[in-house]
Design a binder for this molecule. Structure first.
Ligand code: SF4
Length: 368
């Protein structure tokens, strides 16, 4: 059914003026713990040591570019060992990060779950800030680093904890589900979190006739189409996925009717109407592994198509795709810097973290 209502900052007369989402909190690098910069020269030894890694990405990284990346990749992998660190990378990270330095890759849910199993004392989060916060929530005693704390997210920036309180005043007794693409401050105000993999399941788990679902209006619309629960949405959107247009997909299909189109549920409804399959990044990857389409349009962030093509080079990827400028703030250079200086460390107020953690753990503990 259509969403029951949609609200944003302008719909609350009492909303404090000039209110902006809480900026990410990070501690400065610990200069006393800094290690010296290793050599980043392209040598025979570097070429030999990184040859198995290049095999993984040779279909998406031209040979001419590899000597520029390989010395940093080798240095990162050696520093990881020296620091006792683990690198988590989201599916939207570039192939040289996702396939060559990450220990664990996946979507938000996979990373959140894997973060709970990590034994290493240091987690380097290659993704955006809310992901690093989620890792910190689930690993309060570990050091969680983000290579660039400016790596934000248009969804996380669209809503504050105070906005959730205003929604609760407007709809007393209605439970609130927050997509994990929210700040810890917002997670602390809601009943449970969800990802795009489990959003429908989480909404239905509440056994309520109406649920507030925030902040992504398009994911809310998608969830509403899959359940009888009435959905009240927030006016947030992913700046990457909302740019796709249904008409460009129709044009691609007219040019080649055999093409397969798969899309992320953060896309607008006219885009999802053209898709052969809609799912989270993890579900999309599994779909491609299983179906092995000859020609594929993957309607999501560009690096995910590159990461899938590195693994399945027989699948021809057609554009369009859109880059996430926030995800692209994470680079090999700042991952190396992060390991050298132990910066920037993600910090969360302990009392707020306690409440936010409950919302994430409630999601993780839901039975499949
Ligand atoms: S792709 Fe969209 S939802 Fe994901 S981090 Fe970028 S802006 Fe946020």
């Amino acid at each position: 059914m259509p969403i029951t209502g949609i609200y944003g900052p302008d719909d609350f007369a009492g909303r404090p003026q000039g209110q902006t989402p809480t900026l990410p909190r990070t501690a400065p690098a610990r200069t006393e713990a800094a290690l010296p910069m290793p050599s980043l020269e392209w040598t025979d030894e570097v070429e030999h040591a990184t040859a198995p890694l290049y095999e993984r990405v040779k279909h998406v990284i031209p040979p001419i570019e590899w000597p520029l990346m390989a010395p940093t990749i080798k240095a990162i992998n050696e520093l990881k060992q020296a620091r006792g660190a683990v690198i988590l990378a989201h599916n939207y990270q570039a192939p040289e990060i996702f396939h060559c330095v990450a220990d664990i890759g996946g979507d938000s849910l996979q990373l959140a779950v894997e973060a709970t199993k990590v034994k290493a004392g240091i987690i380097v989060q290659c993704g955006v800030h809310f992901m690093a916060e989620t890792s910190k929530l689930l690993n309060p005693d570990k050091t969680v680093l983000i290579p660039d704390s400016r790596a934000g997210c248009s969804l996380a920036a669209s809503i504050t904890g105070a906005d959730v309180r205003l929604l609760r005043e407007r709809f007393p007794g209605v439970p609130v589900v927050a997509y994990v693409n929210t700040s810890a401050e917002v997670k602390a105000e809601v009943d449970i979190c969800c990802t795009s993999s489990n959003a429908v399941q989480v909404v239905e788990s509440l056994n309520a006739p109406t649920v507030i679902f925030l902040p992504d209006r398009y994911l809310a619309t998608y969830v509403a189409s899959k359940t009888d629960v009435k959905i009240i949405a927030w006016k947030g959107a992913c700046e990457v996925h909302e740019r796709f247009k249904g008409e460009e997909l129709r044009a691609l299909r007219e040019a080649d009717p055999s093409v397969q189109i798969i899309a992320h549920p953060e896309c607008p409804p006219d885009v999802l109407a053209e898709a052969d399959f809609t799912g989270s990044t993890a579900h999309m990857i599994n779909w491609v592994r299983e179906k092995r389409p000859r020609r594929l349009v993957m309607i999501t962030e560009c690096s995910m198509a590159d990461n899938v093509r590195a693994e399945l080079p027989d699948v021809e990827m057609l554009r369009p795709c859109n880059l996430c400028p926030h995800m692209k703030r994470i680079t090999l250079s700042n991952i190396l810097e992060s390991l050298l200086t132990l910066g920037e460390e993600v910090t969360i107020d302990p009392a707020l973290a306690e409440r936010a953690r409950r919302s994430v753990e409630r999601m993780i503990n839901l039975k499949n």
